[in-house]
Design a protein around this ligand. Structure first.
Ligand SMILES: NC(=O)c1ccc[n+]([C@@H]2O[C@H](COP(=O)([O-])OP(=O)(O)OC[C@H]3O[C@@H](n4cnc5c(N)ncnc54)[C@H](OP(=O)(O)O)[C@@H]3O)[C@@H](O)[C@H]2O)c1
Length: 335
């Protein structure tokens, strides 16, 4: 404060100049406060587009990739509870069949399952899926399947397999699945595509560089096709996700910042078409604590600050992961 006063005195600023700068400062603060207020209104008060618009209860089908666990499984349950028929896709057929049976019995809906490994990127799988989906009215696609680095790893040390798997699952699968279902959505002028984005796509994440880049792709691509498809009646929503309890996150206990899949997916489906904490178009950060974190990232400190923060966090996680690997290797030797 003293420095500002000295600067004002030294630079012979007159009252008008001070008033102008003061007014600009007040306007910036007011704008920021308003944008934070809008985040609170979005996540606590507004309701998004009802999934009934996308055929729930009227024979519409939702296709969910990575549907046998975590967030994808929860999407399957919540969409089925809203009377959407569901197509479940992941690698493990036994899990898919058990979930499908449970959903049919619990919610009296129809189901289809298809087991495939998205890392293979096999044309025969996508062709089989296309045939499976052709006769049904697909109104919702949840591009949920995702894969990550095993542990935070410097890019030059990462294996080619992991790099290729991330690109195939996180990027190519989303595009190929969308290519399959979009023509029928456009023909009916009705559809919803939810892409599972990540904070790693919002702020570049060192040591998870390929995962982070894949989610940044998803963000940019979602915004581009979101604008293309909106006039054709199809809603695209990239969902900025911070940590959620799941096998992928390796987090087992929920807290204020890290919800279980159930409340997380409820927030996504409750805020279709609403941005929450996100500041980019065709994007949503619907879970309240994630929304506040998203707002802070966008409004407090520079992007460089957050990238460096991510770097420090991942270096620490890598150290602990390497120590755990050493312990496990030593234990295996002693067996
Ligand atoms: N959890 C988080 O903290 C978090 C944060 C940000 C973003 N996300 C995103 O949310 C999405 C879901 O993550 P999650 O945490 O729910 O993961 P998860 O609990 O590990 O579940 C992953 C699902 O995908 C399936 N799957 C994995 N690899 C597959 C492959 N190669 N081919 C076909 N299916 C495959 C798994 O089933 P099978 O093993 O049976 O195939 C499972 O159903 C991902 O896109 C992730 O990037 C998660």
């Amino acid at each position: 404060m003293d420095k500002i006063v000295q600067f004002v005195q030294k630079s012979n600023c007159n009252a008008t100049t001070v008033a102008v700068f003061g007014a600009i400062g007040a306007a910036v603060v007011a704008f920021k406060a308003l944008s934070l207020f809008k985040v609170f209104v979005d996540v606590f008060l507004r309701s998004g587009i009802n999934v009934k618009k996308y055929g729930a209860g009227r024979g519409g089908w939702a296709v969910i990739t990575g549907a046998s666990d975590g967030i994808g499984k929860e999407f399957a349950f919540q969409l089925a509870s809203k009377k959407m028929n569901v197509v479940l896709v992941s690698r493990t057929e036994s899990k898919l069949k058990a979930i499908a049976q449970e959903l049919e019995e619990k919610y009296s809906i129809q189901t289809k399952v298809y087991a495939m490994d998205f890392t293979k990127g096999a044309d025969k799988d996508y062709q089989a899926l296309q045939q499976l989906l052709e006769p049904v009215e697909v109104t919702v696609l949840v591009n949920n399947v995702g894969t990550n680095h095993e542990i935070p790893t410097p890019f030059e040390q990462e294996t080619d397999k992991i790099i290729n798997d991330i690109v195939e699952v996180n990027i190519n699968a989303a595009m190929k699945m969308t290519k399959i279902v979009v023509p029928q959505m456009v023909a009916r002028k009705n559809g919803l595509i939810i892409n599972l984005g990540s904070f790693a796509g919002l702020v570049p994440t060192p040591y998870l560089s390929v995962y982070s880049g894949s989610k940044a792709f998803l963000s940019s691509w979602s915004q581009a096709i979101g604008a293309e498809l909106a006039p054709k009646g199809v809603t695209v929503q990239n969902v900025n996700t911070y940590f959620v309890v799941s096998a992928m996150s390796k987090i087992r206990k929920a807290n204020f910042l890290i919800p279980m899949p159930k409340p997380y997916v409820r927030s996504v489906l409750g805020q279709i078409g609403i941005s929450g904490g996100a500041s980019t178009p065709y994007t949503s950060t619907p879970y309240y604590s994630h929304a506040i974190a998203n707002w802070l990232i966008d409004n407090v400190f520079s992007r460089g600050f957050w990238v460096n923060k991510n770097y420090d966090i991942q270096v620490d996680i890598r150290k602990r992961a390497l120590r755990k690997r050493e312990r496990e290797a030593a234990a295996a030797k002693n067996e």
